[in-house]
Design a protein around this ligand. Structure first.
Ligand code: 0RA
Length: 650
């Protein structure tokens, strides 16, 4: 009889198969979704394993290659996945790591694993969702290789050559029967690699896209390596803002196996931007590490201001201490607990005190040793507190006025008949004339229209109380039924309980000006109504770019591909000549009549709506600051880089 605690070779195979089958049956449970996000999740799952090798001190470079056939390769120079016999399961450890769910982890305990978060399901999960995968390991003087399909080994683990290096190379092809789209997005991958380079100082990350060539014939590629780490990250985030102090303040520390790294900088703007990470994973909802950070900032700045008699009659709220603050808080926690709706919030309570102490120590010394900088920061806090008092008065004026004027809805709003927010939509339309067309075209039962003059929404340089005096902004607040309130700590909270529409749809022209207006409006939402973005209420409408006509037949097109296809098809149906097909390029919404606007852009059965993610809004905010901010060089670089998009209209 064999030991019942030791599964036989057969039994272990059955277990592995059942695990893989579970992943294929319910991929969403393991990787969140099977859309583009889920697809990219596969990549991060593999990359995370290589980053773990780096965190353990064994890997200096990770290369990512996108192949033309939608295969993707991740190469690292770590120790290589062990290839020896796995005692219990009686097969190569490589095969175990690649095919047994949750077996991918290291066998040593002192490394920081990302498990427990969104990632950390193991490379076997990626294997299960790939119709092809190959692992190549350089280890013990040899190259070892094994191939898989849908997680099932297609070959034995075999030595296929000699090597004097160590490392792991994983290549996979996502299973097209699982994913709706298997085309990797270069931008998404390269943005995250850049972020990872800041978070892992000294680690070299490269990306090569074999689908795209430069003019000199080489493949499009980038290389990221950050010597400055988080301080450089903060500089990058604040590229287009004016810094208040010369260099970011940098904090590192370690307590009870928790590693803390923080960089912070104050700028002359009025917004607060805190990015936080746990074991390299973005914690969008913050958590105990961010709380610890905020506590330390308030505590130290308050003490400094009090000791030096800088506050006089003003009593700053905790938010006032963070106006114009950009910070990155990164912690490494051995066993992170994630909470919240999207598991984007760190829960480990011991981390609050650890971060607060580390930041407090270093910030305290910094303020004592740099009195000029300290004064500048505290003066900014005083300004924030003063402005907040003015803003409160302005807000109260606006909100009181609404009560006095009955319904208080803006005159420009063409409201819908339904009063059930769940079914109601509001279109924020750029320009009065397009607004008029939308009013005629809409289904007035559930669609409300509010014309906007987007350019007036320029919120970059305005003081907060000025913002509430802006007619367009007041209209948006009252039409949506949301208000800003203060809690006991003086923090501003967006009250969305009376939100009147569950879809807020931004509709602008499909040209460069229109996309600037979208950026502007998104930036406004990001800064003043962020919860609406986070809760998924904000959408962007997609008007068509072309109308293709041939005789009585016509077709709307949303991109170049569709246009080409439609021209060819309609020409064929008519007389075979492309010349007899008429192509109308829609530049503005104004070029469509009410019926056309309804059928292409507003009819829920046929329209395309893009739901705005917090990442979209964040990027809009960055672009916006760059276009509107004080610093000219990044703006020029941005416009030059994006000139090719601008040409669409030329
Ligand atoms: C298990 C144990 C060890 C390393 C790895 C797995 C490992 C996994 C991946 C996945 C991608 N790259 C990787 N690199 C390493 C420790 C090996 C040792 O102790 O030598």
């Amino acid at each position: 009889m064999s030991n019942p605690n030791t599964p036989s070779y057969e039994a272990s195979n059955i277990q592995a198969l059942e695990g893989l089958e579970a992943v294929r049956m319910r991929p969403g449970m393991y990787i969140g979704s099977t859309d583009l996000k889920g697809l990219h999740h596969l990549v991060w799952e593999v990359v995370d394993n290589s980053i773990d090798e780096h965190l353990a001190g064994h890997c200096t470079q990770i290369d990512l290659i996108i192949h033309p056939d939608n295969k993707l390769t991740v190469i690292d120079d770590g120790r290589g996945i062990p290839v020896g016999q796995h005692e219990k399961l009686q097969k190569s450890a490589l095969e175990v790591v690649m095919t047994v769910l949750h077996a991918g982890g290291k066998f040593d305990k002192d490394t920081y694993k990302v498990s427990g978060g969104l990632h950390g399901v193991g490379v076997s999960c990626v294997n299960a969702l790939s119709d092809f995968m190959k692992a190549e390991v350089h280890r013990e003087g040899k190259i070892w290789s094994q191939e898989y399909s849908k997680g099932i080994p297609q070959t034995e683990v075999a030595a296929v050559g000699k090597s004097d290096k160590t490392g792991t190379t994983i290549t996979f092809h996502p299973d097209p029967t699982i994913f709706s789209n298997i085309e990797f997005k270069y931008e998404a991958l390269s943005n995250r690699l850049k972020e990872l380079s800041f978070l892992n100082r000294g680690l070299k990350l490269t990306i090569t896209d074999e689908r795209q060539k430069n003019t000199d014939g080489t493949f499009v590629s980038e290389e990221f390596i950050s010597e400055g780490g988080l301080a450089e990250f903060v500089k990058y985030l604040d590229e287009s803002r004016t810094p208040l102090i010369e260099k970011p303040i940098f904090v590192t520390g370690k307590e009870e196996h928790v590693e803390v790294e923080v960089a912070l900088q104050y700028n002359t703007s009025f917004s607060e931007n805190i990015y936080s990470f746990v074991n390299n994973i973005n914690t969008r909802e913050g958590g105990t590490h961010v709380n610890g950070f905020k506590m330390a900032v308030s505590r130290l700045l308050k003490k400094y201001g009090d000791d030096n008699n800088l506050f006089k009659k003003i009593k700053p709220s905790s938010e006032d201490f963070r106006e114009g603050l950009t910070a990155v808080v990164s912690v490494k926690v051995p066993e992170p607990q994630f909470k919240g709706q999207t598991k984007g919030e760190l829960g480990n309570s011991e981390v609050t005190g650890i971060v607060s102490r580390c930041v407090g120590d270093i910030l305290g010394h910094y303020l004592e040793e740099n009195p000029r900088e300290a004064k500048r920061i505290v003066d900014k806090v005083v300004l924030a507190a003063t402005a907040r008092q003015a803003a409160r008065k302005a807000r109260e004026m606006v909100q009181r006025k609404n009560v006095l004027t009955g319904s208080g809805l803006p005159g420009k709003l063409a409201d819908c008949a339904s009063k059930d927010p769940k079914e109601c939509e509001i279109y924020l339309v750029e320009g009065d004339s397009a607004g008029g067309t939308a009013k005629q075209g809409r289904d007035r039962h559930f669609q409300a229209i509010m014309p906007l003059r987007g350019k007036i929404l320029n919120v970059e340089k305005a003081l907060e109380h000025k913002i509430y005096e802006n007619e367009e902004i007041k209209n948006i607040f009252t039409a949506l039924g949301v208000s800003i309130e203060e809690n006991n700590e003086g923090e501003r909270i967006l009250n969305t309980q009376k939100l009147r529409y569950h879809k807020v749809i931004i509709m602008c022209d499909a040209d460069v000006d229109g996309s600037h207006i979208v950026t502007l409006i998104l930036t406004f939402f990001f800064r003043f109504m962020r919860p609406l973005v986070e809760q998924g209420y904000i959408y962007i409408a997609a008007p068509p770019l072309y109308l293709i006509k041939a005789g009585k037949k016509f077709q709307y097109c949303w991109n170049e591909e569709e246009r080409k296809e439609a021209v060819a098809r309609l020409a064929k149906a008519k007389d075979g000549k492309e010349g007899s097909v008429k192509i109308q390029r829609y530049k503005g919404l104004g070029e469509m009549n009410a019926g056309q606007l309804w059928e292409t852009t507003m009819d829920p059965d046929t329209r395309f709506l893009h739901r705005v993610s917090i990442e979209d809004a964040l990027e809009a905010d960055r672009i916006f600051s760059m276009l509107m901010g004080d610093e000219v060089p990044p703006r020029r670089a941005f416009i030059e880089k994006n000139a090719r998009y601008a040409n669409v209209d030329a």
